[in-house]
Design a protein. Structure first.
Length: 111
């Protein structure tokens, strides 16, 4: 889950535009915090869910200037936005939570 992956997917180069770098870093950090919250306050995001941070960061970056909108139409092209950027990943998040919550726990006895 790297900022470099996000730059690559967006077709951008880091370091060329400081304000762009700052925006992407802020978006990335906020998305990480939100996903950790959705995972019950996890300290680390598991590798198997790290793609969610990258994809939601790209979704948020591409929506800059259209925040709060659910639909947008510009010169014949229209876009519809989810109200929850994590909606399409909800099942993956829930599956992970279910797997980790149902993991057997050990028991320690002192004699």
């Amino acid at each position: 889950m790297s900022l470099e992956n996000i730059y690559t997917l967006l077709g951008l180069n880091s370091g060329q535009d400081v304000s762009l770098d700052m925006k992407l870093e802020l978006i990335h950090a906020n998305v990480e915090k939100q996903l950790k919250g959705k995972l019950g306050g996890a300290e680390l995001i598991p590798d198997e869910l790290s793609y969610i941070v990258e994809e939601v960061s790209i979704i948020r970056f591409n929506r800059i200037g259209s925040e709060g909108m659910t639909t947008e139409s510009v010169e014949g092209a229209s876009a519809t936005y989810y109200t929850d950027d994590f909606m399409q990943y909800k099942q993956d998040i829930q599956d992970y939570i279910n797997r980790t919550d149902s993991a057997p726990t050990g028991r320690v006895r002192f004699i």
